[in-house]
Write a protein that binds this ligand. Structure first.
Ligand SMILES: [Zn+2]
Ligand SMILES: [Zn+2]
Length: 333
């Protein structure tokens, strides 16, 4: 079912084909007074359904079992295991982004149901590398992002394999193992907010982050379609595993959460639907608003930094006005 945007209330709403009701929800863990029931619903909605979190966790377990070499083998730098780590990153990215792109944009499997932006992805447009949005996004994802992610992960695995940092196991530290896994999305959100705000500074934005923001109307391949320098900053999030005691599975879950979940959140559709049944939650209107209005929603809905620092766009006309004023102020400083 499509929610018709209300243009009488907000003239901007006519630019959306579909949008969820405003104000957008954020993690109620941080609301005051406490709302335990809402917190339970938030976490069960994220972990007990097919969502970015559960898909990424499943890929991490599968990759750990079938692809990641034993830690001992990675103590010496050798091309063989590094190529395996690269393939372990490359293959799920191609399957998830390619699969979603095929279903949503080529086969048009669910038509326009829950599609935020009414437009098609761009072709023959000089803004994009190869003049084509999808090819541009594929190049920056598979060429740049996966390469940088593989280098960083290989360094961390090599350090872990040599015993230079503590490596935990489920058998010996079950509580920490589970707790750290659950906290990784929060760490990711915290790191992302600050790196992302830095990338939006006028001295850096046009040279680096503008590559990601070529995509106002996003698609699955836009998720980690980033400039080299942005990837070098964005993936530093993984180095937390050299500070906080981790297991390689923590790194893998973190990796797929960082690499594959943006594929879903940039899919451009709020839900995946087949035969009129919802298969999974996918798109993220919170971040879709960031791609439309730029200077808002730098973080994720997991930790409400945007609320705390006055950059939250809740989908309302008032928030659009505020965001535009903030952008003007940023560029006239
Ligand atoms: Zn941005
Ligand atoms: Zn984005």
């Amino acid at each position: 079912m499509t929610l018709a945007p209300d243009t009488a209330q907000d003239p901007e709403a006519g630019r959306w084909h579909y949008c969820p009701p405003s104000p957008l929800g954020l993690n109620p863990l941080f609301s005051w007074p406490p709302r335990p029931r809402a917190v339970l619903d938030w976490y069960s909605g994220a972990w007990l359904q097919v969502t970015a979190l559960t898909v990424c966790f499943a890929i991490a377990v599968l990759a750990y079992v079938v692809a990641l070499p034993p830690l001992e083998q990675m103590a010496t730098v050798r091309p063989g295991w590094i190529i395996r780590v690269w393939l372990m990153n490359l293959v799920p990215q191609i399957i998830v982004a390619g699969g979603l792109h095929w279903w949503l944009y080529q086969r048009k499997g669910q038509g326009m149901q829950t599609k935020f932006d009414p437009r098609n992805l761009a072709r023959d447009n000089g803004i994009f590398t190869f003049r084509n949005q999808v090819w541009d996004n594929m190049w920056w994802t598979l060429g740049s992002a996966i390469t940088v992610a593989t280098v960083y992960q290989s360094v961390i695995l090599w350090v872990m394999a040599n015993g230079w940092v503590p490596v935990v196991s489920f058998a010996k530290h079950p509580v920490w193992f589970v707790a750290w896994m659950a906290l990784i999305p929060m760490w990711s959100g915290l790191h992302f907010y600050w790196v992302h705000r830095l990338e939006h500074q006028p001295f850096l934005y046009p040279h680096v982050h503008a590559v990601h923001h070529r995509n106002v109307n996003v698609g699955p391949w836009s998720g980690i379609s980033n400039h080299w320098f942005e990837n070098m900053m964005y993936f530093t999030t993984y180095f937390i595993h050299l500070i906080i005691p981790s297991h390689p599975l923590h790194l893998l879950f973190h990796a797929f959460f960082q690499q594959v979940s943006p594929v879903l959140s940039h899919s451009g559709f709020e839900k995946l639907i087949a035969n009129d049944t919802q298969i999974a939650k996918s798109g993220d209107f919170f971040h879709q608003l960031h791609h439309r209005y730029f200077e808002c929603n730098y973080g994720t809905s997991e930790i409400p930094f945007d609320t705390w620092f006055g950059t939250f766009h809740d989908g309302s006309a008032e928030a659009t006005k505020r965001t535009r004023a903030f952008k003007k102020q940023m560029y006239t400083r």
